[in-house]
Design a protein around this ligand. Structure first.
Ligand code: PGA
Ligand code: ZN
Length: 442
């Protein structure tokens, strides 16, 4: 059984130039493995709590020295010398030590760093590649590479708010391999850059996740321009590429309404709008189409579009097994966006993914807008049989680290690309009885 002999931590910078953590986990036998922790911008209210220093004289208060001190102080003192057979044992010990629902005492960022570094160290201890180790943690086998949904255009909080919605993504549905899928996406991206230059007379500068972000007149223009870019690159929308959209709508809603590009819409009007968009554009996935605080309206969105389209919960579900369990029972979504740092340990994220899968939901494994060059997400998405993976665009090396790791897994293990999404797959499974562990607030 692997025995933890030391923990190390340092503050590093993420892709937005904000501090985050890198954690090292040492096991007896001379193993030292590191992991870097990502961080979001359009965060859900029910996400676990990142511990930041609050000292405004350094990094505007966002420093992570206190989180580092959690790792090298209390967590190291409590865990050193202990043996952990399984990831679950370590993660259980971390949660018990913290003692809060949202991991606010020691910091979810500190806890996730330890959890991830242990996954990597555990893989080395067992002489298995990381994607295999993640598969074993979740009781699965790697069967495919997730099909990528790739950010083409950005708005919302990732692009200075020039339009309300956050991302329009390309989903290569015809490509048979990941390397073909990426090559096709690169062609569309090039034609999108030309559209930005000619139509918007703007330089093709990119947003936090690498998407192009000119001054679109409104959110729907992102969809129209995506179709143009697909066509200009010689592909056919709906045949070669589908679209996915992340509205991140919690971030342009108040308690009762949405403020979409200057229009004021009720939740029912948002459902109308999304029904219309998904009929007029080849959209197969709608993420956070409604706000996290409008849970009572989510079932009506599923009723309206859920037989054709993935109704994907990000801020709404926060990778939280309790919230997912309730949404399954309520029929409030049919797909999970899985972000490990929303819940704060590898085991709890695996449980969240398992619940979604058991209910017949689709799973998109996702990076954060604040990322690092670490590539563990690629292994995790493969190990957990992610249907889709959402990393960002095909620019910016913190994104490419993950795509390139997926390409390596494709080459090294000959894994096929997951089949394209088919709505029929959503309809056939019964709703299971679900345990809803109350692991986080709300
Ligand atoms: P984030 O959003 O800013 O919360 O990481 C990422 C996303 O959902 O695209
Ligand atoms: Zn999102």
């Amino acid at each position: 059984m692997p025995t933890l002999t030391n923990l190390l931590a340092l503050e590093i910078l993420d892709s937005r130039g904000r501090p985050t953590l890198q954690v090292g986990c040492e096991l007896a036998g001379g193993i030292l493995a590191w992991a870097q922790v990502p961080s979001g911008a359009s965060t859900g209210a029910a996400e676990c709590h990142e511990l930041r220093d609050g000292d405004t004289s350094r990094h505007g208060g966002k420093g992570c020295l206190r989180a580092c001190a959690s790792v090298t102080g209390e967590i190291r003192a409590a865990l050193t010398g202990r043996s952990f057979e399984k990831q679950d044992d370590l993660d259980g010990a971390l949660c018990a030590l913290d003692g809060t629902a949202e991991k606010s005492r020691l910091g979810a960022n500190a806890i996730l760093g330890v959890s991830l570094a242990f996954s990597r160290a555990w893989a080395r201890w067992h002489h298995v590649p990381l994607h295999e180790a993640f598969a074993q943690i979740a009781g699965l086998h790697p069967v495919h590479l997730p099909r990528p949904t790739i950010n083409l255009f950005s708005g919302g909080k990732h692009a200075g708010g020039q339009v309300s919605i956050q991302d329009v993504l390309l989903l290569p549905i015809r490509a048979a391999t990941l390397s073909d899928a990426l090559a096709d996406v690169c062609r569309v991206y090039e034609s999108a850059k030309r559209i930005v230059e000619t139509q918007y007379r703007s330089r093709p500068l990119v947003a936090d996740e690498g998407g192009l972000a000119p001054d679109f007149p409104d959110s729907e223009s992102m969809l129209k321009d995506a179709l143009l870019a697909i066509g200009d690159a010689g592909f056919e929308p709906g045949r070669d590429f589908a679209l996915a959209v992340d509205l991140a709508s919690s971030h342009f809603a108040d308690p009762s309404h949405y403020f979409l590009d200057g229009r004021r819409l009720s939740p029912a009007e948002m459902v109308e709008l999304l029904d219309d968009w998904t009929r007029r554009y080849p959209i197969v996935s709608v993420e956070d189409g409604l706000a996290e605080h409008h849970g009572e309206f989510w079932p009506s969105l599923v009723n309206r579009i859920g037989a054709r389209v993935l109704v994907l919960g990000d801020d709404f579900l926060c990778t939280n097994p309790g919230r997912i369990g309730r949404a399954i029972v309520d029929g409030a979504a049919n797909a999970l966006l899985l972000k490990v740092n929303q819940i704060g340990t590898v085991s709890q994220a695996a449980l969240a993914g398992g619940l979604a899968r058991q209910a017949g939901w689709h799973v998109t494994v996702s990076a954060r807008s604040g990322e690092t060059e670490d590539d563990w997400l690629a292994d995790l998405a493969v190990g957990w049989q992610g249907d889709h993976i959402k990393i960002g665009s095909i620019t910016r090396s913190e994104r490419l680290a993950k795509y390139n790791r997926l390409l390596t897994l494709e080459r090294q293990y000959g894994l096929p690309l997951a089949p394209p999404f088919r709505p029929e797959a959503l309809q056939s499974r019964p709703i299971p009885s679900v345990k809803t562990p109350g692991t986080n607030k709300k």
